[in-house]
Write a protein that binds this ligand. Sequence first.
Ligand code: BMP
Length: 270
Amino acid sequence: MNVIHLLNYNMSTPIPYSERIDILRKDKQSNLILAIDPKYGESNLFGYVFNLITKLGKYLCAIKLNFHVILPLSFTELQRLNLAAHRERLQIMADIKLNDIPNTNNVTIQYLHSMGFDSIIVNPFIGKTNLESTVNFAHSLNCGIIALVYMSHSGASEGFGVSVVNPLLDTPSNTQSQFYNVFYENSKICKVDGIVVGGNKLDVLKELASKNKKNIPIYSPGIITQGGNIESALECGSDYLIIGRAIINSSDPLMELQNINKFINHRFYK
Ligand code: BMP
């Protein structure tokens, strides 16, 4: 793979999202995804995000933009930010936890894709059939889909951990399974490009990683500010770490990011 090609990455590239981010991870020696979540009412929001992309981009494989940025900025501003991120050889995730009927999902994906986003986080609660058609549609645009399998917040067990009888599993009808197991199985069948599992939910992370055997990349938020530990998350099976406030709100975001990156490379990849 010609990495230089990715320097001039544009949306017409035929390389699938999961390969693009993997190439960048290896080439830039970083499995870190920066969650750019500015505070409400940030003045000069565009400049704030642009500065983080250009100053920190070298040490990241991707950025993740959330409602903090997608709601207040215009279509054109988001396009310009995504272009700047591509110039820094970054993939851009749209974190909107998409959760709607197929027609609405597809129109949403078309808009995000035309703004330059590379992947979109989807809530697999929409069901297997809808997840599959959403993935297929996104893939037809060369966009990736990341499925939310177990969240990082303290109440995650009240939703993702609830036991259900899965009508799609080929098991006796009284066999219970938690939502997160159903979501994982459906994600695998539907060929999503990654799953989100909280990096601070180590038991679930370990359980899913051992089933998964490096089949689907695992993206883990919940690190540092939400109590998760980098070392434990990587040991338990996270492939990509999503970190926001611990970096962007630190007194020196660049140094914080470099230190985290150095620690990971020294501890896990040298
Ligand atoms: P922070 O490192 O500042 O806690 O940010 C984590 C980011 O990941 C936030 O943008 C949040 O919305 C997102 N996120 C999360 O924290 N837990 C999840 O389970 C899924 C997420 O997308």
